[in-house]
Design a protein around this ligand. Structure first.
Ligand code: PMM
Length: 285
């Protein structure tokens, strides 16, 4: 088995990891996300999109109200809450999927958890808000810790590493220890190399090749490469929405190399592609 069988306990449910790669569908409620050009930024459309992705088989819906595209400025907490809370509430009630909130602000995360989210997806890995670790611990939420070098505003300026896999791995180990020290249960932690967050094309490719090494930390691994610029650079597809096929190759390979969860914008194509990849890797159909 190329991935460990285990369960992430969540309030009101659980996520079963192992033979089947889990799919996290992206719901960006932002006017300026790089990947979907703000298509889903009003609440009603975001809910419709979330329900569609759940019907296609998304295990998790990741709702975000702040763009983290390279060069983006921070969004005020009230704006982020106005965008995300109604969407979380509707999707938690109607979709049947586990809901994660993509935020680095504790007040936003708390409001989303009250509205029915059960996972916090923090792209700053608890460095953005001093209250986030305590919230994660007291709420019993799942916690995704992502690696980012620098801040979205400047992260793509000139990212540099000695050994990118070793450095990202050490960072994730350290952040997981910070979470555990604050009272987060180790079994609720997921780690993510943060593809495109302060990384060159070569760094991204090396990190994907090194996913098995990151899985060696002992935490489930999430891979989010959908529609990102490095895929456009290799395939020549300039528009993010034309990067599905390139993105699928990356996530199927990533799952074979050790990613337990993939974060993607389309669900139906991945459902079949990952079913085949998982069947090849496990021998189970
Ligand atoms: N990428 C984006 C936003 N949030 N969260 C995690 N854990 N991992 C990612 O790779 C990630 C993220 C940016 O992409 P988007 O515009 O498609 O949301």
């Amino acid at each position: 088995m190329h991935r460990s069988e285990r369960v992430i306990p969540l309030s009101g449910g659980e996520l079963k990891l192992g033979p089947r790669t889990l799919i996290m569908g992206v719901i960006n409620v932002t006017p300026d996300s790089f990947s979907d050009g703000g298509l889903f930024w009003d609440a009603e459309r975001a809910v419709t999109q979330g329900l569609a992705l759940a019907a296609e088989g998304a295990d998790i819906l990741d709702v975000g109200g702040e763009s983290t595209r390279p060069g983006s400025e921070p969004t005020p907490a009230e704006v982020e809450m106005e965008r995300t809370v109604p969407v979380v509430q509707a999707l938690a009630a109607q979709s049947g999927a586990v809901i994660s909130i993509d935020t680095s602000k504790a007040v936003v995360a708390q409001a989303a958890l009250e509205a029915g989210a059960t996972i916090i997806n923090d792209v700053t890995a608890l460095r953005g808000d001093g209250d986030m670790a305590a919230l994660a611990a007291s709420s019993g939420a799942g916690l995704i810790l992502m690696h980012m070098l620098g801040q979205p505003r400047t992260m793509q300026a000139d990212p540099s590493y000695g050994d990118v896999v070793a450095e990202v791995k050490q960072f994730l180990a350290d952040r997981a220890q910070v979470a555990i020290a604050a009272g987060v249960a180790a079994e609720r932690i997921v780690v993510d190399p943060g593809i495109g967050f302060g990384k060159t094309q070569e760094h991204n490719l090396t990190l994907i090749r090194g996913l098995g090494d990151l899985a060696g930390l002992g935490y489930p691994v999430l891979l989010g490469a959908s529609r990102k610029a490095f895929i456009g650079a290799i395939t020549g597809q300039e528009r993010p929405q034309d990067r599905l096929w390139g993105s699928m190759a990356v996530h199927v390979l990533g799952a074979a190399l050790g990613a337990d969860i993939v974060r993607v914008h389309e669900v139906a194509p991945y459902k079949d592609a990952l079913a085949m990849g998982d069947a090849v890797m496990t021998g189970e159909s």
